[in-house]
Each structure stands twice: as structure tokens, then as C-alpha cells.
Design a protein around this ligand. Structure first.
Ligand code: RB5
Length: 159
């Protein structure tokens, strides 16, 4: 799978570990920054970059990391068609794909260690969306976006 990665300055090291881990499994990983842990990067910047890449179909899914995972997921979720979920353990990572059809996983580098983060992304990328009863709820999320003027379909790629 083609996966987009993004982090703020707090999470560059963990991001690089996860890229290495997923590349070893044959995934293609594209790093949308930031690259320098010593220069502050506001989390909305990489959050938006990866979310837009998913929306356009440049990458199939995304991995976003900041200190807690919260700020960067909030940024990503502002982009129509994005369902970014903050996960601190593998169970939620699996369920958010199966039930919410999440297209981005977010984590906190100050929350999870490297080995736990690897287990979380493994579960996320192994899981399959179940559709069925969940489909109507996903449509309801898109309805909220439309209600506030966002166009979900326009240029939405696989998002
Ligand atoms: C940066 O200090 C921190 O606020 C950021 O990485 C993130 O945790 C925000 O949600």
C-alpha cells in the first residue's frame, strides 16, 4: 500500500521508525514532513498535507504523529472525506478501520513507545472495512460535512 506520513517536530524519530517498519513489509511510504526535529513545526501543516494527499488519492492511507496525536488528527479531520482516528492501542486501531473506515491513523509520540506504535500500525493496515451496517453511519459523517458547505466527492479520490 502507498502510505503518506506526517509529523510535527516532536515525532520525527518515531515517524522514521514506523516508515522503516512498514517499508520492511513492502509498503511504499511517502514522508510529507516535517523532517527536522530541531525546528518547530506546527501540527496543522503536516496534518493538512497528508489529509490532502489521501483525499486526492496520492496515497491510500495516512499516518500522522504529534505529541499526543490529537492536534494533528484535528487538522486532518478538517479536510472533507478524511476520517482520522487517534489510537493508543491496537484494538481501537483495528476497529476504527472495520467500523469507521478510517483512512488516517494518528498517534502521540509522547504517549506510545516505538514497539507499541508498530503494533498499532500493523493492526490498522491489516484491518478491512466491514461496510454493511456501518455504511449508513459513514454517509452521515459526509452529510455533516455537506451541511457545512464541504464537498465530499469533489476531487475526493479514495477518501
Ligand atoms: C507540541 O508541543 C504539541 O502541542 C503537539 O505535538 C501536539 O501534542 C498537539 O496536539
Amino acid at each position: 500500500m502507498r502510505i503518506g506520513f506526517g509529523s510535527d517536530h516532536t515525532a520525527v524519530a518515531l515517524k522514521l521508525e514506523l516508515i522503516r517498519h512498514l517499508e520492511e513489509q513492502g509498503h511504499e511510504c511517502i514522508d510529507y514532513g516535517t523532517h527536522d526535529p530541531n525546528v518547530r513545526m506546527d501540527y496543522p501543516v503536516p496534518g493538512k498535507a497528508v489529509a490532502e494527499a489521501v483525499r486526492k488519492g496520492e496515497v491510500e492511507k495516512g499516518v500522522l504523529i504529534c505529541g499526543t496525536g490529537v492536534g494533528i488528527s484535528l487538522a486532518a479531520n478538517k479536510v472533507p472525506g478524511i476520517r482520522a482516528a487517534v489510537c493508543s492501542e491496537p484494538y481501537t486501531a483495528r476497529l476504527t478501520v472495520q467500523h469507521n473506515n478510517a483512512n488516517i491513523i494518528a498517534m502521540g509520540a509522547r504517549v506510545v513507545g516505538t514497539e507499541l506504535a508498530k503494533m498499532i500500525v500493523d493492526e490498522f493496515f491489516k484491518a478491512q472495512y466491514e461496510g454493511g451496517r456501518h455504511e449508513a453511519r459513514i454517509r452521515m459523517l459526509a452529510d455533516i460535512e455537506r451541511e457545512y458547505g464541504a464537498s465530499w466527492e469533489k476531487g475526493a479520490g479514495k477518501a
